[in-house]
Design a protein around this ligand. Structure first.
Ligand SMILES: NC(=O)c1ccc[n+]([C@@H]2O[C@H](COP(=O)([O-])OP(=O)(O)OC[C@H]3O[C@@H](n4cnc5c(N)ncnc54)[C@H](O)[C@@H]3O)[C@@H](O)[C@H]2O)c1
Length: 328
């Protein structure tokens, strides 16, 4: 099969996509696009591709497009790309409303193109290992999980991050969505959710800057996610702790280490290899290769539109809960 010609639109997070397309054997990075011409020109010179400021002008010259723009642009841009018959890798979230998510899923199905959400965390090697461990049942049944996603976002008043209509919510929807997705992926179907949030410390944004969110799963396990963009100092012990009947399984804060604590002591099950150190695009490579594979085989990607909608619906139910548990 000839190389899949790709374009990346939006060159902040999109830079990671562009580097990963350069690393991926199946892809040819043809175009990078940004409204900021100097940024696009600089990236194009570094990566040896063409650049543009109007993404619609490059559609005829590519097979697939990564859309890495602000959230309110996801639905209109992806629908336009799908209508042009292009495969779409869309940064999270799929869209800010359920109606737009459903439109995207149905448009991609009708056009017969691949629509994948860029849940980068899912495709990291340590997370693949963690999934394998959980599915094997090697350490017994899951009881509960704790996940800490805390950081400090420099205030950006009057930007798309600050408005609910453009961001689609707050930190839980924008960043916590990765970990709601991961918890569902690892622990199964959610049954009931509840969440409380605050704008304390992040009053520059309309949506919540900090959220404490809990899921009860059909299998009886529970999980709690703390997400924040207002935490100047953090001492979270890990990204995730999963307590099972026989062990504590730990996902490191850098998302590259998996350890387990059992009656036999502490053991490292996965760690970053030297070849994975400091290579631009390495974090997104698993995700990009999965997208290219889905195009080559015609199979739905793992993080399909439907899959993304399930995690978004879980978050919307959390918003609805306002501290009172909501059944899904
Ligand atoms: N997966 C992750 O871990 C992760 C991390 C950060 C951001 N993101 C996602 O990436 C997307 C972009 O976020 P960001 O933080 O990079 O935003 P940003 O605002 O920092 O950057 C967006 C870029 O897109 C460009 N842009 C905007 N509209 C455009 C258009 N119509 N055509 C071409 N370029 C356009 C802007 O000039 C800017 O360079 C969002 O969906 C966000 O949720 C994902």
């Amino acid at each position: 099969m000839s190389k899949i010609r790709t374009a990346v639109v939006g060159l902040n997070m999109g830079l990671e996509h562009a580097y990963a397309y350069k690393l991926a054997e199946r892809a040819e990075l043809s175009w990078v696009v940004d409204l900021d011409e100097s940024k696009a020109a600089k990236v194009a010179a570094e990566l040896g591709c063409k650049y543009a400021t109007d993404w619609t002008q490059v559609l005829d010259d590519v097979d697939a497009v990564s859309i890495c723009t602000p959230h309110h642009l996801h639905a209109p841009q992806a629908l336009q790309a799908i209508a042009a018959g292009k495969h779409v890798l869309l940064e999270k979230p799929l869209a800010n409303t359920e109606e737009d998510c459903l439109k995207l899923i149905s448009a991609a199905d009708s056009a017969g193109v691949s629509l994948m959400i860029a849940y980068i965390v899912r495709y990291l090697p340590a997370l693949r290992k963690l999934k394998e461990i959980m599915d094997s049942g090697r350490y017994g049944k899951p009881i509960h999980a704790e996940c800490w996603v805390q950081g400090f976002l420099e205030p950006m008043p009057n930007t798309w991050f600050a408005r609910k209509s453009t961001l689609g919510g707050g930190v839980l929807f924008s960043h916590g969505c990765h970990y709601i997705d991961i918890l569902i992926w690892l622990l199964g179907e959610p049954e009931q959710v509840v969440s409380l949030d605050t704008r304390n410390g992040t009053d520059w944004m309309e949506g919540e800057g900090t959220a404490h969110s809990t899921i009860k799963f059909v299998n009886g396990a529970i999980a709690h996610l703390i997400s924040s963009w207002g935490t100047r100092f953090q001492e979270a012990p890990a990204n995730m702790h999963i307590h099972t009947t026989d062990a504590l399984i730990i996902l490191g804060r850098d998302l590259w280490t998996v350890e387990v604590v059992t009656a036999d002591g502490r053991q490292t099950l996965f760690e970053r290899s030297e070849q994975d150190e400091a290579v631009p695009g390495r974090n997104a490579l698993g995700e990009i290769e999965h997208f290219l594979e889905s195009i080559a085989t015609g199979q739905k990607p793992e993080t399909s539109g439907e899959d993304a909608l399930r995690s978004h619906r879980t978050i919307w139910a959390m918003y609805e809960s306002k501290g009172v548990p909501v059944k899904l």
